[in-house]
Unconditional design. Sequence first.
Length: 155
Amino acid sequence: MTDHKPPRLAGDETAILLALLRYQRESFLRKVADIDDKMASHSPVASGTTLLWLTNHLADAERIWLLHRFSSANPSDDPAHAATIAAATDRYRATWSVTDHVIAATADLDTECPPFDDGPTVSLRWILVHLLEETARHAGHADILRELLDDTTGR
């Protein structure tokens, strides 16, 4: 697997956050590329985490934070968890176009998310940084899983 370095950018904060999120999304998908469904559903770790589960989970994280909590979209429109790695990858990519549209339609990163629980209010900036760290964290998990499954490494 080719090593891809993160983009180095200056300028607009939203553009930088989106570029880094896009890099982490694509890095994650490189971890699940060219793997069969049996391997994607197999867990070599005690927690039971699989590449298929992680792919569905990352799509869910973006949908929950940006569609349901931030823009208050109807959760009944959510696609079901995908049963194959190809379908999960497609589901995750399809989520990006919807969530990126929500981000682009919001002019100010300080726009607050409507309250959704008894915790403190968060802004779109917080949500983007959270998704960036969540995606990067799980890309690291996927890196380790993939290496354990078939010795494939790289960003």
